[in-house]
Design a protein around this ligand. Sequence first.
Ligand code: PMT
Length: 313
Amino acid sequence: MDHSEDLNWKIFFEENSKPSHFDENVKLIFEVCQQAAIKKHRVALVTSGGTTVPLEQNTVRFIDNFSAGTRGSASAEYFLEAGYQVIFLHRSKSLEPYSRHLVGRSIFDMIEILPENIIIGQKHQVELRTLTEKYQQYKCNLLMISFNSLSDYLWLLQATTQKMQILGPLALLYLAAAVSDFYIPASQMPCHKIQSSGGPLSLSLQLVPKMLAPLVTLWAPNAFIVSFKLETNETLLESKSKESLEKYHHHVVIGNLLHSRKVYVILVDRSSSPPEEIRLSDSELESGVEIESKIVENLKERHTKYYANHKTG
Ligand code: PMT
């Protein structure tokens, strides 16, 4: 990392103001971390969903990306079931743990009208009972914090990882959000809605500083850190994932391709070459196995070893 990159992340926070409700959210995050540290409870920060890049300060238009938050919301469930406290930092209105199973279905199709009341129809009862029971069981271990824009996300990411320092190696960071690499600095953004009467629009976007650099070295130096590398070109996946690990010196880079991300990932770490792969078979897919269950199982094992080494070393 050169010196200019070192400074760029600081400039980003100087130029972009904190999101609304920032202090309240950070207080909630700190309380969770404090309690978990006392109980020696593992905490996973799961980031999820896409980040928006506003084009105007009074935002009418923004640039967005494809992420629905499937990876993050599914993984959050498996971390909870694996015994973690979860801080779920997610794009507002993207998929959330447990309720994600109901998205795209109409409540009206699940309800039966009886003469004096309404009930959940027979064929939905088992599924809804199971989901509700799981939600009730795990909700006390789940803190959900939402963001919309890239800048909101980065402010919350910085604050959350800094608060998680109190947990040392009990903290696991799972950075599955789809983070924009380009943005318009607040100082270069028009205040009001861009008028079409001005003719065709040309945009000039600046590079977003890579926040993995300060995150690994300054914000959460003792946490177990897992980042994702998204590519669309299969021939680049392994080399780009390795490059990321070499550059930031964290623990695991999970490489995935846009079109096969639900069935195939590679896990790049400092020791295994070639990288470990997780691939769902057709029969697993048909029976509803989700790749996130296997990713989380794999990471839990790695985190356990990391924690044990940290304590002894
Ligand atoms: O939500 P789904 O539809 O299920 O999709 C899941 C996913 C494909 C979004 C997810 O699996 C994934 O790959 N997330 C990471 C996407 C991403 O931002 O990739 P990247 O190659 O642009 O960035 C690599 C890493 O750098 C990321 O961990 C990111 O957190 C980090 N980063 C990115 C930009 C930035 N300015 N600073 C960063 O630190």
